[in-house]
Design a protein around this ligand. Structure first.
Ligand SMILES: [Zn+2]
Length: 73
């Protein structure tokens, strides 16, 4: 494993409340095959130069992963 593939924890709670709310609500669950179901327990990290927000689907409790594009950092 190279360094760039390691997960680097980021502070999701450091984001403005409005932004946190958007990330929590604007989700895509591949288990439910539905968008914007929302997530719980958000956890933000960076891996290989990409930032992800991981949480649990409010409907099925499976992991929901949101990939952030660079403009959204
Ligand atoms: Zn789901």
């Amino acid at each position: 494993m190279t360094e760039s593939e390691e997960k680097n924890a980021r502070d999701f709670s450091a984001r403005p409340a409005k932004e946190q709310q958007e990330f929590i609500e604007n989700t895509w669950c591949e288990h439910c095959m539905k968008e914007n179901l929302g997530l719980t327990d958000p956890n933000e990290y960076e891996q290989g130069g990409t930032v992800y927000i991981e949480g649990k689907c409010r409907q099925c409790s499976n992991i929901v992963l949101t990939e952030l594009t660079e403009e959204e950092f």
